[in-house]
Design a protein. Sequence first.
Length: 129
Amino acid sequence: MKKAGILNRHLSGALAELGHGDGVLVCDAGMPIPDGPRVVDLAFRAGVPSFAEVLDGLLAELVIEGATAATEVRDANPAASALLDGRFPELELVSHEKLKDLTAHARLVVRTGEAQPYANVLLRCGVFF
């Protein structure tokens, strides 16, 4: 049994299968999820687990070379916007519709219980060497 890191076996296994260039969408409870990507749904109740908790847990285990979020986060969710800016100095912004389109090509979607709008980010996996 693991004693640290991500303990959820479905999420831990999905992360182990990721490779360089793969996309991982970390999303709020309301984000529409297309058919295609593998989904690990962590949502339990509204706000649990939070977008920030899940994002930080993933960032502790993954190498990330880029991140994309919706432009709408700037006005609609200042807290999520500040979090993303703090974690990703070179955050790419696209329209929410474009982010939904990009999600169809993600390898993994991790759904949180976040109940604030536009708390979504598409991560692009890097390589550790």
